[in-house]
Design a protein around this ligand. Structure first.
Ligand code: ZN
Length: 412
């Protein structure tokens, strides 16, 4: 699939000095104060874009991206598209549509949703199907390093030397692995948790020629290879690397295991270094008290909200009302409340005299710098609105407007 990323979005300059970003990542607290930051965020499997869980995740990394830029760090940001995977193929069969056509349609929808929600594009937005040669080479290198074995014609990754770092208990790992694309029961594997690297072609399934036979890659090796190739450069397999390979690995908490664990293990098996300095995970979004999932059929889609004439900035604001790391519930009242807040902010931004901008800008930056405390940031905006309504003093609505756009992506 030939894909280009969505159009760039202008980020106004933030006119005050900001503190360094501090994030409570899944592997501890991390301070981001380097001149450059590399960030890899796991992208969609293009068959059900873009539900609110996706939107909440990409919005979180957009806040990080924006803040790092405001702080003066140069951000290299890569995102993948898992455009060959079991769920995509199953959906294509169910809907009687060619899998590539389905993927392309869903990627286009995703890009349009991201653009509309004002989410900054990655520099590289890479479909797995475009990196088959790179995956082939990486598997060969892993084979030389002694981490690959065969079961029938399929290739597996030997994860045994990485299991000391399992983020969950071994029993939980087995259960989750089975639920999220793994095959713990397969006879002939060295360890039940070993993930597939290259799956030999089954009748009629899409496949690619490779030095490991005609077939397709496993899920984790796709992200491992795309992140390393596009964040470290095309010669990444033959260069030496120091410390950590990348700064940020991001995604939803449902990716902690097995996906992020396996990608990191495979990166280490390839290059002998730790994969990411920080693993940042976003909570899940539920609907009206229930878990939101495709099996329950209660996914809320961004495109549906937009069709219903919901203002994208209201969706964005509504998603900012909860902390990114917590699981949250979505309901119509959250959207209504967000609409009221946006109306109030817009009304104040249209005035010639408002409360001074500087104290608000300092508070906003301090809130976001502290583990993306969006609740605190929105409170500061509400306080500024109240002050602007009761004691307007200066002609600084434009400064505030540009700052909200810059830091929070709220273009009002
Ligand atoms: Zn991934």
């Amino acid at each position: 699939m030939n894909i280009s990323t969505w159009p760039d979005i202008y980020v106004p300059k933030y006119p005050v000095e900001v503190p360094s970003l501090e994030i409570k990542a899944s592997n501890g607290v991390h301070l981001f104060s380097e001149a450059t930051t590399s960030m890899y965020v796991c992208g969609i499997t293009p068959y059900d874009a873009t539900h609110l869980g996706h939107a909440a995740t990409y919005l979180t990394f957009d806040l990080i991206h924006r803040y790092l830029r405001v702080q003066g760090s140069q951000v290299s940001f890569v995102e993948n598209i898992t455009d060959i995977d079991e769920p995509l193929l199953e959906r294509a069969v169910r809907d009687n549509i060619d899998w590539q056509t389905l993927a392309l349609q869903q990627v286009e929808l995703f890009e349009s949703d991201m653009s509309t929600l004002h989410i900054l594009p990655p520099q590289h937005f890479i479909p797995a199907t475009s990196v088959m040669k790179l995956i082939d080479e990486a598997i060969s290198r892993m084979q030389q390093n002694g981490y690959v074995y065969k079961v029938d014609e399929d290739l597996y990754f030997d994860v045994s030397s990485f299991l000391v770092n399992l983020p969950v208990t071994h029993d939980e790992a087995l259960r989750i692995f089975g639920e999220r694309g793994g095959d713990p029961e397969r006879v002939g594997k060295r360890n039940a948790l070993d993930p597939v690297l290259w799956l030999a072609n089954k009748n009629g399934e899409p496949g690619w020629e490779s030095s490991h036979g005609f077939g397709r890659p496993g899920w984790h090796i796709e992200c491992c290879v795309i992140s390393l190739r596009y964040l470290l450069g095309e010669n990444y397999l033959n260069e030496s690397h120091g410390g950590y390979l990348i700064d940020i690995q991001g995604g939803g908490t449902d990716l902690i295991f097995p996906h992020h664990f396996m990608s990191a293990a495979q990166a280490k098996a390839l290059l002998g270094k730790e994969f990411a300095r920080s693993y940042i995970h976003t909570g899940m979004v539920g609907l009206d008290g229930e878990k939101m999932s495709k099996s329950k059929g209660n996914l809320v889609f961004v495109s549906k909200l937009l069709q219903d004439r919901v203002d994208p900035m209201v969706i964005r604001y509504a998603l900012l009302t909860s902390h990114y790391s917590k699981d949250r519930m979505w309901n119509a009242a959250i959207l209504e409340k967000a609409q009221k807040s946006i109306d109030r902010i817009r009304e104040n931004l249209s005035k010639s005299e408002v409360a001074p901008a500087q104290p608000l800008l300092t508070k906003l930056a301090a809130a976001i710098a502290k583990d993306l405390d969006t609740e605190q940031a929105l409170q500061a905006i509400e306080d500024w609105c109240l002050l602007s309504e009761t004691n307007p003093q200066v002609d600084e609505a434009g400064v505030v407007s540009r700052a909200l756009d810059s830091l929070l992506g709220l273009a009002l």
